[in-house]
Every structure is written in structure tokens, then in C-alpha cells.
Write a protein that binds this ligand. Sequence first.
Ligand code: SAM
Length: 216
Amino acid sequence: MDQKFWLECWESKNLGFNQDKINAHLVNFFPELSIPHESSILIPLCGKSIDLIWLLKQGFQVTGVELSSIAIQDFFKEQNISYTKEKLGPYTSWQANNHKLRILEGDFFNILSLEDSFTGIYDRASLVALPQSMRQDYYKILRALKAPIFLITVEYDQKKIDGPPFSISEKEVVESLKESFHISMRHSEKRESMSPRFLEKGIKDIIQKVYLLKKL
Ligand SMILES: C[S@@+](CC[C@H](N)C(=O)[O-])C[C@H]1O[C@@H](n2cnc3c(N)ncnc32)[C@H](O)[C@@H]1O
């Protein structure tokens, strides 16, 4: 998926991935990572996710990274949070005026150039937004950041249809991250596919999996 694809999704409001409720798995399982409150959580490819607000309310410092300025503007408007903007390396940082939340506008694949450290990573609909050709670089960044990760994936028959969301096997997660993390698959559930695109191709169910990854 190139940047143009995602920017066009935001321009045309093609936002089937966006949830208007806080993710229940985040609430149920994130605390098991035992990340100290007031420390810093990174949310790659964050869109305008309301989950940032849940993390903020737990006392964490929140850093989202997002390509689309429309997404970021919508987020601050919908959550009624005032912000200031400043240049930060390759990004434009949209900083909430309470200083506890910022969204970095730009390409997530430049995140290591900031040399910031994070104590946790929240990935919902981020890894699965990336085609296989981009995922190795994404895993490389996760390994380099060395922070515990909360990860949600989906699995379905990728031969029937292309993503996003892309199907990510448990084998891929384990093979890509086992050198740096202890990986536990904490929850798995079959969900009815809601996407007309998937239904047309005969994909009625997808498996959603929740992983907790702790540093070795
Ligand atoms: C499937 S959406 C998920 C958004 C969010 N995680 C959620 O749960 O709603 C993927 C998002 O990643 C953004 N994105 C895609 N590629 C990106 C990149 N290289 N750097 C930063 N953001 C990116 C897109 O604009 C889009 O908002």
C-alpha cells in the first residue's frame, strides 16, 4: 500500500477501519504488559483512533504516527483537544496543549531517526495495513525499539483476496519477532466479516488474534 492509497482513503472518507468505540481487547489485555503509567506509548499508523484517548486516560504519554493530516485534524477536532504544531525531524508534531499527547505527521518508517525511546507499543490495524513487501521493515523497527508490544492481527485466506487488512499468520509473527520478544497469543476469535469486498470473495469469517510481546 503506498502513501497515495491511504491519503486518498482519508480524502474520500473511506474509513471502514476506524472504530467509534474503544477497543475491548486493549482494555482487557493491555494492562498485562505491566507498563508503568506516565511512561511513553507509541501508536504506529494511528489514524484518528479513539484508543489514544483510553491510553491517555490511563496516565500514559501518547505518541501516534500518522501520514494523513486530515486524520490528525479530525482526531483533535473530534476529541476537542487543542494543539500546537512544530517541526520535529522528518515529522510535523501536533502536540496537545496538555503535553501528554502528540501525533507525528509523516512516514512511520522514519521513526528511528528521532532516537526517542518508548516503553510500549500499541498496534491495532497497523501491521495488518502493510503488504508483505513492507512488513519486514516494520518488524525491523519493532525489534530496534525494544519495547513491549500489544498487537492485533487478522487471519483469512489471502489467496482469495488482497488486503488491507492483510492476513498475518502466527508463524510470521513468531519468526519475525522471536529473537527479541517473548510472544504469547493471548486471545483468538472468529469474527464475521463485515466487508462487502471480502463477502463477495466468499470470506465469511476472519480470525482475530491478540498477542502480547514482552522483551526478552
Ligand atoms: C488501517 S488504518 C488504521 C488506523 C488505526 N490504527 C486504527 O486502529 O484506526 C492505517 C492507517 O495508517 C496510516 N498509514 C499508512 N501508512 C503509513 C505510514 N507509512 N506512516 C504513517 N501512517 C501510515 C493510514 O493513513 C491509516 O490512517
